[in-house]
Design a protein around this ligand. Structure first.
Ligand SMILES: C[S@@+](CC[C@H](N)C(=O)[O-])C[C@H]1O[C@@H](n2cnc3c(N)ncnc32)[C@H](O)[C@@H]1O
Length: 272
């Protein structure tokens, strides 16, 4: 792995995330042998607007039980479990961060969803799958850690079958200067690789993906940022358990940067 990928993986991966989640659930009186995606939703949706954004994405993407979906940068597997349990589709998740993959597997077994959902550690720029293997590629809040956007979109297009859909939420560079750090995906600028929306469009189309929908969701994220930051600071069951105790400050910086036009948030749907 190169230095940049090592740094991204160390930004996310901390020892003991799984134990922390299980202890917090038990403190709330929850039976950790009978978990469900609904119980885990406050903890395992590591992206702007949490489960609300996942539901919107899913409504746009419309997966079904005949599909095999790839979740690129799956984190601890919240979106993958949500898709499988709600739509009955098969979901494979890959993530750069080995600690997240281990937690994703553990939580999936405790939700008894391992017949539909599997995970493995891999880099989005070198997907360990044959060409045209998936009906849908799903990706939430990952590309801001990936510098080589052209190779990223090429890999997505390679593993999608013809007519397959790519759905993604991404942070883009704003027009009003650099964002305020630390941010949820990077405490320092060295692992944050933001580009203007137009550059994303160009890279996506150059990879052979046809854009079906391009939704600027910045205002929605700004509206939710205050309450998300409060929950990250004080909520007992929250993303803080996987993202670190400084998450509240990082989410607040993200909201402020979006409000000032230093960031943009987009939801994309494209087709091969
Ligand atoms: C903000 S988290 C989002 C996790 C998940 N998509 C979710 O919404 O719950 C970003 C994730 O992207 C992963 N990631 C970053 N760069 C990656 C790469 N090159 N290949 C695979 N995963 C990557 C990180 O390890 C992290 O789990």
């Amino acid at each position: 792995m190169t230095d940049a990928f090592d740094k991204v993986s160390s930004h996310y991966g901390e020892a003991g995330i799984g134990e922390r989640i299980l202890a917090a659930l038990q403190e709330e009186g929850i039976d950790i042998d009978a978990l469900t995606p609904e119980i885990l939703a406050p903890i395992d949706q590591f992206h702007t607007r949490g489960i609300v954004a996942t539901r919107e994405h899913a409504a746009l993407a419309a997966p079904n039980a005949d599909m095999h979906v790839l979740d690129v940068g799956c984190g601890v597997g919240g979106p993958a479990r949500f898709l499988a349990s709600t739509y009955g589709c098969r979901v494979s998740g890959i993530d750069l961060t080995a600690e997240f993959v281990a937690v994703a597997q553990m939580l999936t077994e405790r939700c008894r969803l391992e017949h539909l959902v599997d995970f493995r550690q891999a880099n989005a720029l070198d997907l360990p799958f044959a060409d045209a293997r998936f009906d849908m590629v799903w990706c939430q809040n990952v590309t801001m850690n990936i510098e080589d956007k052209a190779s990223f979109y090429r890999e997505i297009a390679r593993v999608l079958n013809s007519g397959g859909r790519f759905t993604s939420t991404e942070m883009a560079a704003g027009t009003a200067g650099p964002p305020h750090f630390p941010l949820p995906w990077a405490r320092q600028p060295e692992i944050s690789f933001l580009v203007p929306q137009e550059d994303m469009r160009v890279a996506l189309e150059a990879a052979g993906l046809r854009i079906l929908e391009w939704r600027d969701t910045s205002a929605d994220v700004v509206a939710a940022a205050q309450s998300q930051s409060e929950r990250a600071r004080h909520g007992k069951l929250g993303i803080r358990l996987i993202a670190g105790d400084d998450l509240g400050e990082r989410v607040a910086n993200s909201g402020r940067s979006l409000a000032e036009g230093r960031l943009a948030n987009v939801m994309i749907m494209a087709e091969k």
